[in-house]
Design a protein around this ligand. Structure first.
Ligand code: IMP
Ligand code: MG
Length: 336
């Protein structure tokens, strides 16, 4: 079974949570392991009208046979982690790397009170930037320093590499999106780490040759929350009129929006070395896609849209989101 790394192709909020939750049930990987920054990301998804949201655990919570791991590069907010472990009853299948960094109240305070971070950058105020700054200064506490985390501590790099070597299925979960990368995004309007596929692999402790698929997730339109340029940005009035209204899942802020941006998509494919693509929320762009589960049933304009992405990027679109439920999806992986 393969190792798949999933990352956001734009500015986060592409719908990775839904894609990951679907894959975790459909493919039943042995391990799902989260990379990325930390609790600044919220992955939301719906199954049978029930909404789930995770900020610390991987989005594979619904499959009880999948172990839920958090890589060394991810910052832990212990309070949020414990709440999610309790809420989703995952005590016996959660493992965190002993070298995960720890966010303390002081980091959250610094994030919220810094004019530069909150006003200029427009951060989520979850303390991730100040904590990564302390990590670079080598004074951040790690998971191994926190007694309450003891039952969950593990060597995640070892566990994931062993699983891959034994041919087990591994789903590696990125958070945020390519253009929020500290290195490859539009600095300074970015998050506090690299969040491209290579960065996510590094968070988890696997090398590039261990990865079989790099799945880059795009949404059928672009959204951005927080400050920084957004090419061809629509007014909030037009965003609402088009029905593209979304609110940040961590901060509740109205997301800014623009049309699908092919230049950004192509660059993202390159930076991440995408081998396959997902496009979510096709039913928001083309309402007649709603609930469709076969490509042949899509309206022509939707087919053209997908074919144009494939033509321009040279990469197959294998998953297409057509509604809120994780099973509102077209899975073309077997018909390549
Ligand atoms: P920080 O990661 O909280 O420091 O915020 C830095 C920038 O990244 C801000 O523009 C945030 O809105 C954005 N950001 C961080 N995490 C996410 C996410 O999960 N989705 C969308 N935007 C995010
Ligand atoms: Mg989100």
């Amino acid at each position: 079974m393969p190792c798949t790394v999933t990352v956001g192709g734009f500015y986060g909020d592409e719908g990775k949570g839904k894609i990951l939750a679907y894959l975790s049930i459909k493919d039943s990987p042995n391990l799902a392991v989260r990379g990325g920054v930390g609790a600044n990301a919220g992955h939301t998804f719906v199954r049978d009208r029930i909404q789930y949201k995770v900020r610390m655990l991987p989005s594979a919570i619904l499959n009880k046979s999948t172990k839920l791991l958090i890589g060394a590069g991810v910052l832990l907010t212990p309070r949020i982690l414990f709440e999610e472990i309790e809420k989703y009853s995952t005590v016996n299948r959660t493992m965190v790397d002993e070298q995960c960094g720890i966010i303390e109240e002081s980091h959250i305070r610094q994030d919220v009170e810094s004019e530069h971070l909150r006003q200029t950058v427009g951060t989520t105020g979850t303390g991730t930037g100040p904590a990564n700054s302390d990590r670079a200064l080598r004074r951040l506490k790690l998971a191994r320093d926190i007694p309450d985390l003891k039952p969950y501590l593990n060597d995640i790099s070892q566990t994931v590499n062993d699983a891959i070597d034994q041919n087990c299925g591994v789903l590696v979960e990125g958070t945020q999106g390519t253009y929020l990368s500290l290195y490859h995004g539009g600095y300074p309007y970015v998050t506090s780490k690299d969040v491209t596929a290579s960065g996510i692999c590094s968070d988890v402790g696997i090398g590039p040759k261990k990865v079989d698929h790099v799945l880059v997730v795009f949404k059928s339109f672009v959204t951005r929350v927080g400050a920084g340029p957004l090419q061809n940005e629509l007014s909030s009035k037009e965003t609402i009129e088009r029905g593209w209204t979304e609110y940040g899942s961590v901060t509740g802020r109205l997301r800014r929006s623009s049309l699908f941006n092919m230049d950004l998509a192509k660059r993202s494919v390159k930076i991440n070395s995408a081998t396959e693509l997902a496009v979510t929320k096709m039913d928001v762009l083309f309402p007649s896609c709603a609930g469709k589960r076969e490509f042949s049933k899509l309206p022509d304009e939707a087919k053209f849209f997908i074919q144009e992405i494939e033509g321009e990027t040279g990469i197959p679109v294998v998953l297409i989101g057509t509604g809120e439920d994780i099973f509102d999806i077209i899975d073309r992986r077997n018909v390549r």
